[in-house]
Design a binder for this molecule. Sequence first.
Ligand code: FO1
Length: 332
Amino acid sequence: MTGGHYIALSGGVGGAKLALGLTKILSPDALTIVANTGDDFVHMGLHISPDLDTLLYNLAGLANRSVGWGREDESWNFMAVLRQISGECWFQLGDKDLALHVERTQRLTNGETLSAVTADVAGSFGIEHKIIPMSDDPVRTMVETPDGELSFQHYFVRDKCQPAVTGFRFDGIDQASPSPGFLAALKRPDLKGIIICPSNPFVSIDPIFALPGLAGLLREGLVPIVAVSPIVGGKAIKGPAAKMMAELGMPPTALAIAQHYQDVIDGLVIDHQDQRIIPDIKRINMHVCSAQTVMKNDADKQRLAGQVLNFIKDLPASKISASKISVRKGSA
Ligand code: FO1
């Protein structure tokens, strides 16, 4: 693997799989994983950071691999008593998971940054790779529906993604800055590429790109940006991405993903199942390659990570079309 540094942008479940694959190939100094924090919320007085925690648990080998969030070998005594005393039970907090939320809340209340707390927890879990929040400032994804706005976790967990979405708002984004670790990675002279993991584009990736100043930093870096489509064969592997696309009037296809990211990315990795749309993606001036993007085990994750890195290496910055550079010169 030639040297250089890569940034991976990730939400929860799907993104964490590719992030894990990348850690099997890239050394800790060659990779920075940036997690969406738009899903964060304060629940029963506790600051919960679902995408950061999904990444932490996946990289520490502690994740509940079947459910996709939380820890394996969890116990549920806290929830059992909470139910008994008629507490809020729509959001499941395992006993071991709870310790992380209590400790994080305590340290944030004492004035520590989310980056600092995350770095310490990662170290305690034996994780050597950098997992950092997109921002240390509060950003909260609000889901717009015909009946008004919902906080993300109310939409996703309490209401089980049932409400039709009409749009999204990232509350706090105008006052938020990219986290120090994110800024440092973007400014590294050896930065070779940015990888958008197969997470939900609207609620896991768009909040990251919405950070003020990021477009300008992407222009300065001027490195290839590649995304892995979270839509395979017309549906999302997990989560509400395809349902959201349909509700937003977009066909739930990898081509629609290419169009959604069109002004930002230089290349898209799609699944072999979607090879027939390769000409359509090339027609919108985007590089494309197909791979097995459905990751069922660690070997799949590592293989896909290798294919993404090979793809991104073949996209020298000079291939970034003028239109993208102008967009990256965007107002932000
Ligand atoms: N998702 C659920 O569908 N139900 C839950 O009860 C739930 C609890 C939970 C606790 C901690 C945590 O870090 C994540 C949790 N999630 C739960 C997943 C979470 O809502 C999603 O991972 C993200 O917000 C979307 O990726």
